[in-house]
Design a protein around this ligand. Structure first.
Ligand code: HEC
Length: 126
């Protein structure tokens, strides 16, 4: 069976998990982004940097690369993402660490997305 052929087109684009509708992004909500930054620092920065590879992939500018729903499903349902989503399976192969379930609420995951929207992408590799 081809990689990901058991997933719907929605799941390929937006991931697998509790977020089952596309998340629309409006203008940046700075208060929500500030809350997301604090969450990022306490829950994510042990494994993720913005501008370079660490335990996991760099997350700066990630919302230019994946949808908000995809990022939220990764935060809320990592195990199924690295087990079933071909793109994340590939990342697991590269990073050799399983992203843990961090027990975030949907609101917290949405706040982290708001913060990550405000971050610049990593500099291109030399
Ligand atoms: C214990 C380490 C660890 C923690 C903590 C962690 N992650 Fe991850 N994350 C990973 C690894 C490793 C991957 C690559 C997939 C895999 O191997 O499971 C990943 C993948 C991702 C991806 C997919 C990236 C891409 O390029 O598609 C996103 C988005 C993500 N993490 C967001 C977060 C956020 C946001 C937090 C905090 C709420 C977080 N992660 C906490 C290790 C971690």
């Amino acid at each position: 069976m081809a990689a990901g052929s058991d997933l719907t087109p929605f799941q390929m684009e937006n991931g697998i998990g509790p977020i089952t509708e596309a998340v629309t992004l409006g203008p940046v909500n700075q208060a929500q982004a500030d809350e997301g930054k604090a969450l990022f620092e306490s829950k994510c920065s042990a494994c993720h940097k913005l501008g370079e590879r660490y335990v996991g992939p760099p997350l700066g500018g990630i919302l230019d690369r994946v949808t908000a729903a995809f990022a939220m499903n990764m935060m809320l349902n990592p195990q199924e993402m690295y087990t079933r989503h071909p793109v994340v399976k590939e990342l697991l192969g590269q990073y050799m660490t399983q992203m843990p379930d961090l027990a975030l609420t949907q609101e917290q995951a949405r706040a982290v997305v708001e913060y990550l929207r405000t971050t610049p992408p990593p500099a291109p590799a030399e």
